[in-house]
Every structure is written in structure tokens, then in C-alpha cells.
Design a protein around this ligand. Structure first.
Ligand SMILES: Nc1nc2c(ncn2[C@@H]2O[C@H](COP(=O)(O)OP(=O)(O)OP(=O)(O)O)[C@@H](O)[C@H]2O)c(=O)[nH]1
Ligand SMILES: [Mg+2]
Ligand SMILES: [Zn+2]
Length: 305
């Protein structure tokens, strides 16, 4: 007999699986799964739904991995080849940035949004540490907020010191499975503690965010929220490495380019140097934000095929 459950944490050999009733079972994964799923560095990701067989000692063995509704892949890190699955089966992925310490990184944001578009994961943006915004920075944040909203992404401006913003964030997470992804130190974990103090998760010191390699959260973990729903808190990452996207399809994942690209002369136009390009035309008419076009070109340059 097997029981179904959800992977809430994976650390090397062991997977923590939450089964019905809230019990958490430490499970192993038979080697055959690793052989079958060679292309990825992790055959099982946080958020996966699995079937487990109980051992007599209270641990379990994973016997089946259910097909994923969706997932977010990224380039494997630590010199490993291939892709890594960050998280699976989620309702919305939030890229978390901060106004400063560290400063807002639109390049990171756009790389993340492209992956979410390509993998059909609904995405949103959280801009945290609004309390640190100077008058000038506030104007910039407002512009960025409007820009991404106009592209169809929900954007939340938050501060752990602003109860109303936390309320809005909490409402957005209620009853759903969400994930926070972003650079180290932007306040992903602090926001979760602020909306649900019972979580009592470990957060970093103000002074530590910029130190190289300093990450307070060290593994992805699915945590239940008081309001219902789950959130996956992930360790900070410096850059978001895009995988499995071809140069000629990249513009499909920029919502503002989908219509203009219909007017390109060449079906495989990369909207960079080609003549009679609908995207270049829309750009020259001010219909595409210069920062977004710059992100597009940067990503284009970083892709293989
Ligand atoms: N001023 C201000 N500081 C904040 C805010 N949110 C978080 N911080 C501070 O930012 C620092 C980093 O917070 P963490 O929550 O550990 O950041 P993180 O994104 O989880 O970082 P990693 O786990 O390393 O990825 C801590 O010192 C927090 O107190 C905020 O809204 N305003
Ligand atoms: Mg953290
Ligand atoms: Zn074009």
C-alpha cells in the first residue's frame, strides 16, 4: 500500500514528504529514478506530489512521482551541467526585489519572467523595503510598478514595516501555493515572518546581505501558511539562468512583443539587426520600454541556439 504526499524539502539523499494528516515522513528515492531523469540534476523538486511506501522504521521510499502541473527550471549551479528544477506545482511565482540593499535588478526580474512565460507559470513581482525609498527612488519604483502592471503582472510594493502592504501580500498568497525567488537579502524570509510570525524562520542581518556567498536561507522549503495555502521560500540567487529557450522564440515570452513580431518580414527574426522588423518598429514608436528591450537583447545574447 502506498500513501500520497507532497515534497516539502529536499536535502541530498533525504526528502521530507508531508502526508495527509500533517505527518512528515523522511523518504529516500530509489536510484532508478535518477537514471530515468538524467537531464535534470534533481529528479524531485520541492512541491512534487509523490506516492510513498512506508518502511517499518517510520521512514519511507518514494515509489512514484506524479506528473507536474508546472515547474520552474533554471540553469544548474555549482559547475553542474544541465538544468535544475527549482519548484513544482505552483499557482504563482513571485520574483522578490528590494528598493535598495540590494538595489532593484530589472535584468534578474526579466530573466525570471521569461522563464515563467515559457513554462506557463503565472508570475508576479514583489518590490520590498519600500521604507528605504528616497523621494527620487520612489518615483522610479512607481514607474517600474506601472510598467510591469501594464504588461499584465501583479506588482506589490511592500515593507515589513507597513502593515497594509503585508495585508495585501497575505491576501495574494491565501489559499494558493506560491514561491518567492530573488537575490539574497531582499527580504523574502522577512516578509513571510511578517505575515505569519508563527513561522519564525531565520533571516539575515542588515550587514550581511552584500557579503559574497552569504545566504541566510540555504534550501528551498515549502511552508504552510496560517491563512491556508503554501509558500516556498528559496535561497537567494545572484542570477537567474534561463534554460531551453531558442533565440527565435524568445520574443514570444515578452508579452509586449507578441503582436509586433507578427509584422516582421522574417519568420525567424530575432528583432536585433533584421530589416523590416515589427518589434524594432514598435520600439521606435515608443511602444516597448527601452529597459525591457535592453533585457531582451541581453538575454538573446546569452542564449545558445
Ligand atoms: N528596511 C527594511 N529592511 C528589511 C525589509 N525586509 C527585510 N529587511 C532586512 O533585510 C535583511 C535580509 O532579510 P532576509 O529576509 O534574510 O532576506 P532573504 O531574501 O530571505 O535572503 P536569503 O535568505 O539570503 O536569500 C534583514 O536584515 C531584514 O531585516 C524591509 O521591508 N525594510
Ligand atoms: Mg531567506
Ligand atoms: Zn523582428
Amino acid at each position: 500500500m502506498t500513501t500520497s504526499g507532497r515534497v516539502i524539502q529536499s536535502t541530498g539523499k533525504w526528502y521530507k514528504v508531508a502526508v495527509k494528516g500533517g505527518e512528515i515522513v523522511e523518504c529516500t528515492l530509489p536510484g532508478k529514478f535518477r537514471l530515468e531523469i538524467k537531464a535534470v540534476t534533481n529528479p524531485i523538486a520541492v512541491g512534487d506530489i509523490v506516492e510513498i511506501k512506508a518502511n517499518e522504521d517510520g521512514t519511507g521510499v518514494i515509489s512514484e512521482i506524479k506528473e507536474r502541473e508546472n515547474y520552474i527550471p533554471r540553469m544548474a549551479t555549482h559547475g553542474r551541467r544541465g538544468e535544475q528544477i527549482l519548484v513544482a506545482n505552483i499557482d504563482r511565482a513571485w520574483v522578490v526585489q528590494s528598493v535598495k540593499e540590494p538595489k532593484l535588478n530589472t535584468g534578474f526580474t526579466d530573466r525570471f519572467l521569461v522563464t515563467c512565460e515559457a513554462y506557463e507559470v503565472p508570475a508576479g513581482i514583489v518590490i520590498n523595503k519600500m521604507d528605504l525609498a528616497s523621494h527620487k527612488a520612489a518615483g522610479f519604483i512607481e514607474m517600474i510598478t506601472e510598467l510591469y502592471r501594464s504588461l499584465g503582472y501583479p506588482v506589490l510594493n511592500t515593507s515589513v514595516k507597513d502593515a497594509a502592504s503585508l495585508e495585501t501580500l497575505s491576501k495574494n498568497l491565501e489559499g494558493k501555493t506560491s514561491v518567492f525567488i530573488g537575490p539574497s537579502g531582499v527580504g523574502k524570509t522577512s516578509l513571510l515572518n511578517a505575515i505569519d510570525p508563527a513561522l519564525n524562520l531565520k533571516t539575515g542581518e542588515i550587514s550581511s546581505y552584500s557579503q559574497k556567498g552569504k545566504h541566510t536561507t540555504t534550501f528551498a522549503r515549502l511552508v504552510p501558511l496560517q491563512t491556508g495555502g503554501y509558500i516556498v521560500d528559496t535561497p537567494g540567487i545572484r542570477e537567474f539562468g534561463i534554460v531551453n529557450i531558442e533565440k527565435s522564440e524568445l520574443s514570444l515570452f515578452f508579452p509586449e512583443m507578441i503582436e509586433p513580431r507578427e509584422h516582421c518580414k522574417f519568420y525567424n527574426c530575432t528583432h536585433y539587426h533584421e530589416p523590416e522588423c515589427g518589434v524594432a518598429e514598435a520600439y521606435s514608436q515608443g511602444k516597448i520600454d527601452p529597459g525591457r528591450y535592453e533585457s531582451y537583447l541581453n538575454i538573446l545574447d546569452s542564449l545558445d541556439g
